[in-house]
Ligand binder design. Structure first.
Ligand code: F6P
Length: 368
């Protein structure tokens, strides 16, 4: 058994995902129930690294009242950021230029000064890689896998994914009638940097004609063929779902920019595909970019349950003396996996998985 716990901290990092508040509620109530105190860090680690930015303090004492009525709410009551990695923290140097500085030792000192016995870090690959560094520097930590992209390894699914897919599939459903009414090709761009989980699931559920994912570089001619075949069969419209990280064979991902301390921003692939299909098929095309709509709004029931289970399991793990691990869904249970293995690889779509086979059996093209 680990030394006794009196005070834990919790933070949310990276892009938000539906279910964050449900995790926070479960962590706080499970901790309070054990007689522990619970401290929330604002905006990833910014609340500790730049406390002067917060007139009311960079940390919040989380009570029963703080987490009342938040299970169904989107966003995060703690705030989040995807440009505040303590390992590459953006600061202005003496020449007024932004540079990235490693502030992780300072962060470790601040957590210790606050008498934090353990930290629950809720985040995706980037946030959990940071958690792993903090763990190696002596902070007791349990990660909770969050991302709408579902690209974290060692867990069957991340929370947030179901909410994103549910919304994307509904959007695809809605586009069918307008596509058919106008005899158009509708291209729907969804998030999914390195993995095509959202595109695959929304495309299969929404009966798309083609799904383009980062795992399978596409040949636009093959996609155009699929549209032509439909037209030849008297179906004069088509729906193409494209993940933002998809790219043509031999081509590059479509990048719109990069700010200091942030990863590259993707975007534009939907328009590129639509323009090429218009040229190749002669059909009128339109593009719908779902983007951050996929991250907004409340969690589905499935995500609420998963998030609550993850939050409660994180606190149980701390009580059991676990450290340096991540809670992971392994139906029918939640288990603990080392943080190092969760971040060791990206969970991309296995090309031989049964959902891919199902899609192909249904005649959906992947542009290959
Ligand atoms: O949460 C992951 C993700 O949704 C990626 O698919 C996307 O590229 C990224 O977030 C965009 O994040 P932001 O616009 O907040 O920088």
């Amino acid at each position: 058994m680990h030394e006794s716990v009196r005070r834990i901290a919790i933070n949310t990092g990276g892009g938000d995902a539906p279910g964050l508040n449900a995790v926070i509620r479960a962590v706080v109530l499970s901790a309070l129930q054990r007689g522990w105190e619970c401290v929330g860090i604002r905006d990833g680690y910014k609340g500790l690294l730049e406390p002067e930015a917060y007139p009311e303090g960079g940390t919040i004492n989380l009570t029963r009242d703080s987490v009342r009525g938040i299970t169904h709410l989107g966003g995060t009551i703690l705030g989040t950021t995807n440009r505040g990695s303590p390992i590459a923290y953006p600061v202005l140097d003496e020449n007024g230029e932004w540079v990235e500085v490693d502030r992780s030792d300072e962060l470790v000192d601040k957590l210790k000064a606050l008498n934090i016995d353990a930290l629950v870090a809720i985040g995706g690959d980037g946030s959990l890689a940071i958690a792993n560094v903090l763990s190696e520097k002596g902070i007791r930590i349990i990660g909770v896998p969050k991302t709408i992209d579902n690209d974290l390894a060692e867990t069957v699914v991340t929370f947030g994914f179901d909410s994103a897919v549910t919304f994307a599939a509904e959007a695809v459903d809605r586009l069918h009638s307008t596509a058919e009414a106008h005899d158009r090709v509708m291209v729907v761009e969804v998030m999914g940097r390195y993995a095509g989980w959202i595109a695959l699931h929304a495309g299969v559920a929404g009966t798309a004609d083609a799904i383009l994912i980062p795992e399978i570089p596409y040949d636009i001619e093959r996609v155009a063929d699929r549209v032509r075949q439909r037209v030849a069969r008297g179906r004069d419209f088509a729906i193409i779902v494209v993940a933002e990280g998809a790219h043509a064979i031999g081509g590059e991902r479509s990048v719109v920019g990069k700010a200091v301390g942030q990863q590259e921003r993707l975007g534009g692939i939907g328009h590129r595909v639509a323009d090429q299909l218009a040229e190749l098929t002669g059909k009128e095309t339109r593009t719908v970019v779902l983007g951050h709509l996929l991250r907004g709004g409340g969690p589905t029931t499935r995500d609420r349950i998963l998030a609550l289970r993850f939050g409660s399991a994180a606190v149980r793990g701390i009580a059991e003396g676990r450290d340096g691990c991540m809670v992971a869904l392994d139906p029918p249970t939640v288990r603990y996996v080392p943080l190092s293995s969760a971040i060791a690889r990206m969970k991309t779509v296995p090309l031989d998985c049964d959902t891919m086979q199902t899609a192909r059996d249904l005649g959906i093209s992947f542009g290959d």
